[in-house]
Design a binder for this molecule. Structure first.
Ligand SMILES: Cc1ncc(C[n+]2csc(CCOP(=O)(O)OP(=O)(O)O)c2C)c(N)n1
Ligand code: SF4
Ligand SMILES: [Mg+2]
Length: 317
């Protein structure tokens, strides 16, 4: 890595906190090129939709002039979750379903970073289902992009929570009998403050959704359809105009602050709509915790860390 400007946490009073540094003015440091951010050759199957999502993440990094030390890519386990391996910057390939709690810790302790989390439908809605709900309700500032392929890809074709009824897999040889979840409805009802939907076959749209999500002050969720050509070929053809399908954008008349309207939009039969369904503004956990820390710091001025700790222990006796 050629970039060297790494901001370190500064000590403020007795509690270690990170002071958000201003980004250097454009032009001071050159923006990164794709060559500088692309790591190992992705190991996905040729034609996998995940390639497109990765390429657009690189585009976002280039366009928004993110520096190596400001890129944070977190994932769980799955084909899609291999994502951080392929980004030449800081990232974590974490435990299946547990990417969000890990990413929440980064977000809360490093307000100068924007944290991106990538993963699959199994990772997000099956094993990680409760983390999805709780991260959304806490409104933690990060972007969660779920690469939804309606199947467990890495483990070679099991039914996922988004697989449609009748889908034949290794776990449902006679066709899936469980009703699939609707990720958009789930995100809205859990309290996500930014909820958008896109598809890997429309690169400009994916980039636009990533940018809008990154600019959102709170938990931003993107469901990105990403075809698994190996185990669910053609799943999203109906949403791809090049395959005879239709790509319908969210109607211009839709009010993104209207939760009920967003919920209704989310209930439209496949291929449904693409774009921002819901966006609202409410204080993040990040802001609330920062406020608590600030007010606590004013009460312990002049005391050493161990003295503060001792007092807390004494109180617990
Ligand atoms: C705790 C745990 N349980 C199960 C697994 C096995 N496992 C790995 S990936 C995966 C599901 C992958 O599906 P998805 O999240 O949709 O990602 P995709 O591969 O489709 O991109 C499972 C069940 C695991 N690695 N760890
Ligand atoms: S198995 Fe499916 S999801 Fe995994 S890399 Fe291959 S095409 Fe992509
Ligand atoms: Mg999947």
């Amino acid at each position: 890595m050629s970039q060297t400007l790494i901001e370190t946490p500064e000590r403020t009073g007795n509690i270690t906190s990170v002071v958000a540094p201003a980004l250097p003015a454009t032009g001071e440091r050159k923006g990164l090129t794709k060559k500088e951010i692309a790591a190992d050759h992705p190991t996905w199957c040729p034609g996998c939709g995940d390639f497109s999502v990765l390429a657009l993440y690189f585009k976002l990094i280039e366009k928004r002039k993110l520096r190596h030390e400001k890129i944070t890519t977190v994932a769980g386990i799955g084909c899609s979750s291999r994502f951080p391996y392929f980004v030449q910057a800081h990232g974590v390939h974490y435990i299946h379903g547990r990417a969000l709690p890990f990413a929440s810790g980064i977000s809360l302790s490093r307000p100068d970073l924007h944290v991106f989390v990538f993963g699959g439908d199994g990772d997000a809605f099956s094993i990680g289902g409760n983390h999805f709900t709780h991260t959304a309700r806490k409104n933690i500032k990060l972007t969660y992009c779920v690469m939804d392929n309606w199947v467990y890809g890495l483990t070679k074709k099991q039914t996922s929570p988004t697989s449609p009824l009748g889908f034949k897999s290794k776990t449902d040889q006679w066709g899936a009998v469980d009703y699939p979840i609707n990720p958009m409805k789930q995100a809205i009802s859990a309290g996500a403050t930014f909820v958008a939907r896109t598809t890997h076959t429309n690169p400009n749209h994916v980039l636009a959704m990533m940018e809008a999500a990154m600019d959102h002050e709170g938990f931003s969720f993107i469901e990105c359809l990403s075809e698994c050509v190996e185990f669910y070929e053609g799943a999203f053809d109906a949403s791809n105009p090049r395959k005879g399908g239709v790509f319908n954008e969210v109607p211009k008349t839709h009010d993104v602050t209207d939760e009920l309207a967003a919920y209704k939009l989310a209930g439209t039969d496949f291929p449904g709509y693409f774009g921002i369904f819901y966006k609202t503004s409410k204080p993040t956990k990040n802001a609330k915790e920062a406020e608590i820390i600030k007010s606590y710091q004013s009460k312990v001025t002049g005391q050493k860390d161990w003295q503060i700790l001792q007092k807390n222990f004494d109180r617990m006796k």
